[in-house]
Design a protein. Structure first.
Lengths: 333, 320
């Protein structure tokens, strides 16, 4: 089993051969079942204090992976370990502790806060759930500390406010405060800045980086924006149609992408410098829309300009190409 | 000497409701030359989409264009805002067309792509047969296989739908296409494909393009000239290289410092505060409360756009 490439000695979360299948039935008269492999045999590990970026196009399974590691989905195959424990077979009590140690930061700062709850109520709720005997005074103090940590100063001013009185950036900070008040060891941030204005993104990203230092938590940072992902992440994993095709340290991945999909992706990023424009050629991917139906083939085979026969015969294994840079592509075997 | 295609003079737009008036565009001057690609950048709510709508006189109740002039230099000069409804119908799409924000939802879900493209052309006086023949060509120009004309929108991906919208925007051979956040919802690879396609169209058909976006990196890649908008006004404009290598307005500088870029080991910094409420009167420079270089005068007098170099204008008291 080619697991060595992903397993780190100090990993906090480990995914082993994780597979998630969605089925839907199409057609009214002729019922046709369609199977989509949202996660197809995914192996991945996230280290202690590490921020792992996960990039890929929409529909590649990034969010599904994020939900899976938080035990918010049933799986069709594989296992997910949190500190060595299989999260899918946890007992009720263990699950409760697991919920305390893992949290999520959502994409939509407008939809993810209850509009009829005050900031205090929103942030204190998770803390109270896991600290049933906490005195109100301690809770208030805790909430204030947390607000300070996410840069909402002076914190007292925000306690009684409602989400509609806050700007998008402030709302997202409230969302982050809610996620970190229980001191989680592991966070999933699913596109946390994609709905914010450009001028506000930087501060939220810097807060996430500071939190890692202060709380020592690990993070899975899901984004389709590679520049943003490189800014916050230690390592980046690239996903394509449910498969991880490449994983390396952030700078290495951006400077030296190996997988044809990663190469297309990186070369398509606009750089904010008019001296370094794209050439006007279109990226060399083949057209078409595909889903992963669980075939034993490379998920990129249908679109890859370098496709060979064997790409469709079996799925390439993940191999190391030096410097902790792993790629799943027959071009490198 | 570049020839102007569209000239926008002191445009002001207000949105009126019962209890307040929002001044969305507060006096904008702008010029689009022939074969030129313009980028208009700014945060959400700065008025950039509203501004673009005025080019087609699309601002509708509760919005109102309260002053200004838009001159289109086609075969004859057209004063857009004074056009009668019938003439306006001809101007829209035949001279200037638009790819809308969220235009993935701009297609009619129950008619085939082919009909939607043809409808546009027939409305503008094309013969049924000519229109039918042109559909294939338009789809090919937009980078699609002509066979998609038989599809319904739901059968296409987001990128393909956006290409259909590009095809529709080109249907009546306009000289100017306005793309309002046209690729914001798309993946980078698809975005790049569409951009490459649009750049080619400029070269092949000689059209002008206006990109309205908050993605500054994208503008750096495609625009010839850039307008930076803030609180309903242009705060800086100039050739793309000037704006990115020699930015003058503190807002432009802050904006450039707030975006991460691959392979740049620079700490990024957000801009403190939020843009002003445009329903309230603005005293002084609208950016002053967020500006690190603001001094007394900034809070009292709103600066005018002044020229500070070859085609480079800025509205900031630091340079006046």
């Amino acid at each position: 089993m080619p697991l060595i490439w992903v397993i780190r000695m100090d990993s906090i979360v480990e995914l082993r051969n994780v597979t998630k299948i969605f089925t839907n039935t199409q057609g009214i008269i002729k019922r046709k079942k369609r199977t989509v492999y949202a996660l197809h045999d995914v192996n991945l590990s996230i280290g202690e204090k590490e921020i792992l970026g996960l990039i890929g196009e929409s529909g590649s399974g990034k969010t599904t992976l994020g939900l899976a590691v938080l035990k918010l989905l049933d799986l069709e195959g594989g296992e997910i370990l949190f500190r060595g424990k299989d999260i899918l077979n946890m007992k009720k009590k263990e699950t409760f502790r697991f919920r305390e140690k893992t949290e999520m930061i959502f994409q939509d700062p407008y939809g993810s806060l209850n509009p009829v709850q005050s900031v205090y109520k929103i942030i204190s709720t998770p803390y109270k759930v896991f600290n049933k005997n906490a005195k109100e005074r301690d809770v208030i103090e805790r909430v204030i500390d947390t607000l300070e940590m996410v840069g909402l100063n002076p914190p007292e001013q925000y306690l009684a406010k409602y989400p509609n009185q806050l700007s998008g950036g402030q709302r997202q900070r409230v969302g982050i405060a809610r996620a970190i008040i229980t001191n989680p060891e592991f966070l999933v941030a699913d596109e946390p800045v994609s709905m914010l204005d450009v001028s506000l993104r930087a501060d939220v990203l810097n807060i996430l980086l500071e939190l890692r230092e202060k709380l020592g938590s690990s993070m899975l940072f899901i984004s389709h924006d590679i520049a943003v992902t490189q800014y916050v992440s230690d390592r980046i994993a690239v996903m394509h149609l449910g498969q991880i095709v490449e994983i390396a340290e952030s700078t290495e991945l951006v400077n030296n992408p190996l997988h044809p999909y990663t190469q297309t992706l990186i070369s398509s990023i606009p750089i904010p410098d008019p001296e370094r424009r794209w050439d006007t050629s279109e990226p060399k991917v083949l057209a078409g829309e595909y889903v992963n139906e669980g075939k034993d083939e490379c998920s990129f085979a249908n679109k890859c300009p370098f496709v060979m026969d064997k790409c469709r015969r079996s799925r390439p294994k993940m191999i190391e190409k030096g410097n902790k840079h792993y790629v799943a592509c027959y071009l490198y075997e | 000497m570049p020839e102007p295609l569209l000239e926008v003079k002191n445009i002001q737009v207000e949105y009126r409701s019962k209890d307040r008036v929002v001044k969305a565009v507060r006096g904008v001057n702008l010029r689009i030359n022939k074969r030129e690609i313009i980028g208009i950048v700014g945060e959400s709510g700065c008025g950039k989409s509203t501004l673009a709508m005025t080019f087609l006189k699309l601002v509708d109740i509760p919005g109102k264009i309260t002053s200004g002039e838009i001159i289109y230099h086609g075969k004859t000069d057209i004063d857009v805002l004074k056009l009668k409804p019938s003439a306006l119908r001809k101007y829209r799409w035949k001279e200037v067309s638009m790819i809308f924000q969220g235009s993935m939802n701009a297609l009619n879900p129950v008619t085939r792509i082919e009909e939607q493209i043809m409808d546009t052309m027939i409305e503008h006086g094309y013969e049924q047969e000519t229109a039918m023949k042109r559909v294939d060509e338009l789809l090919r120009i937009a980078g699609l296989n002509p066979s998609v004309k038989r599809s319904f929108p739901h059968e296409l991906s987001g990128g393909m739908k956006q290409r259909v919208n590009i095809a529709i925007s080109l249907a009546c051979e306009p000289s100017l296409v306005i793309a309002d956040e046209a690729t914001t919802a798309l993946d980078v690879v698809v975005q790049r494909q569409i951009m490459a396609r649009l750049l080619k169209l400029r070269d092949e058909l000689g059209i002008s393009l206006v990109f309205i976006t908050h993605d500054i990196s994208l503008v750096a890649n495609i625009a010839d000239r850039v307008y930076v908008m803030y609180a309903g006004k242009i705060v800086e404009n100039g050739p793309v290289k000037e704006i990115f290598h020699n930015p003058k307005h503190p807002y432009t500088i802050a904006l450039l410092n707030s975006i991460p870029s691959i392979n740049r080991d620079k700490k990024i910094k957000g801009i403190p505060g939020t843009p002003p409420d445009l329903s309230k009167p603005i005293n002084g420079c609208p950016f002053a409360p967020r500006c690190s270089k603001a001094f007394d005068k900034c809070h009292e007098i709103e600066p005018d756009l002044i020229s500070i170099g070859q085609d480079h204008e800025v509205s900031c008291h630091l340079y006046g």
